[in-house]
Design a protein. Structure first.
Length: 206
């Protein structure tokens, strides 16, 4: 009971609830962009679940919460359809505004720390700038001309691969599967292409 009491007390702190909400949303984004590991999905469920418990006990401003959710959509749009930073800048401004107005001002409750909001907005912008630079680099490189040309090519497991995972072959990131557990960072070879999914095996060295 003591642990639950401490947890319940923590969930009355606006800063902690805000961090859980942001962590859950960005874990959802990472899970959407790079599926297959299970870790981002688990983190998203845990963080969002705790955040919702905290938000249910606080004077939430629906407009502020909607702005934060809108910022996630804008960042995803920038990743999907690069606009030379327009969506990303709009997402950053929307995230900042939503964070400021997440809790209603008509109730005697402290809001989210301005320092925490600034750190979150700048950190998010830096993360998406890095992600966009990688995405643009991949888009500007020629893909495999023949889809089946990927068979026989070697690459690297970006996540653990078994029933599902992610591998990079050439300049492209693929969803992959294997007959054995292949740890992240292992060199792999494509043995079969199954639509948009690859079947890979571990490259034996030595």
């Amino acid at each position: 009971m003591q642990f639950l009491d401490i947890l319940w007390q923590l969930l009355t702190n606006p800063n902690i609830v805000y961090l859980l909400l942001i962590a859950g949303l960005w874990s959802t984004v990472v899970a959407f962009v790079t599926p297959g590991t299970g870790l981002p999905e688990s983190a998203a469920v845990l963080c969002l679940g705790l955040a919702l418990l905290g938000l249910a006990r606080m004077p939430v401003n629906i407009v502020g919460l909607a702005l934060i959710l809108l910022s996630v959509i804008l960042f995803l749009l920038e990743l999907k359809w690069p606009s030379h930073g327009a969506f990303m800048i709009s997402g950053g401004l929307t995230l900042g505004a939503g964070s400021l107005f997440l809790f209603r001002a008509d109730v005697a409750t402290a809001g989210v720390s301005l320092w925490l909001i600034s750190f979150t907005v700048l950190g998010t912008a830096a993360f998406f700038s890095f992600a966009l630079s990688k995405a643009w680099a991949v888009r500007n490189r020629p893909p495999f001309q023949n889809p089946d040309a990927v068979v026989g090519a070697q690459g690297e497991a970006k996540t653990d691969v078994f029933a599902e995972g992610s591998v990079q072959v050439g300049n492209e990131l693929w969803t992959a599967q294997a007959d054995e557990l292949i740890p992240a960072g292992t060199k792999v070879q494509v043995v079969q292409r199954l639509g948009l999914r690859l079947k890979v095996v571990r490259v034996k060295t030595g």
